[in-house]
Write a new protein. Sequence first.
Length: 197
Amino acid sequence: MVAGRRRFLKVALVVVGGALAALGLRRAGLISFLRGAFSRAFRPALDATAPTGPVPPPALATLLAFAEIVVAGDTIQGDGRDALHAWVQESAAGQPGQRALCESAAAMLDGLAGGGFASLSVAERTALVTTHRLAEHPVRRLELLSPRNRIAFSVRDLLVPEMIRVYYDSPAGWGEVGYRRPYGECGQGREYTKVPA
């Protein structure tokens, strides 16, 4: 009888101790740490061993057509298009893995379009991007477990945010939100302290 009570107390202490330790670890951020480590392990990344160089013109046209849908939902001309064009070529030439990502993204987009993505109308491109959720950023953690759509995940996680940043850093992007001059150009001192009317 006494041995049974001792064993019960030992098991109870282990269970209670484990529960308290789990609560302590949760509060200490271990769960967040593990979630972050999982996310980093499966999140898309550029291949640092891939060669650099210019993106071929057909792939570049496809990427610019995709950027139009992602950043504006319509055709882009002038400074905005020039900024996106320059970014695609400069990043592909200077950042290992970026050219490979651009080419595989363009091939995926052309494949989804059944030919040339850039030749589709704005409405058709928008429907395709929406259907395949190519503009949704970031990729959710549970989605990262899927072995399919790795290129689409890379597009969503790596290309889409950069396209948006590049466009809205350009004079066209600043003009779209209502400022007369982009950040960095001389203007009146109070011009950037108020929301444009």
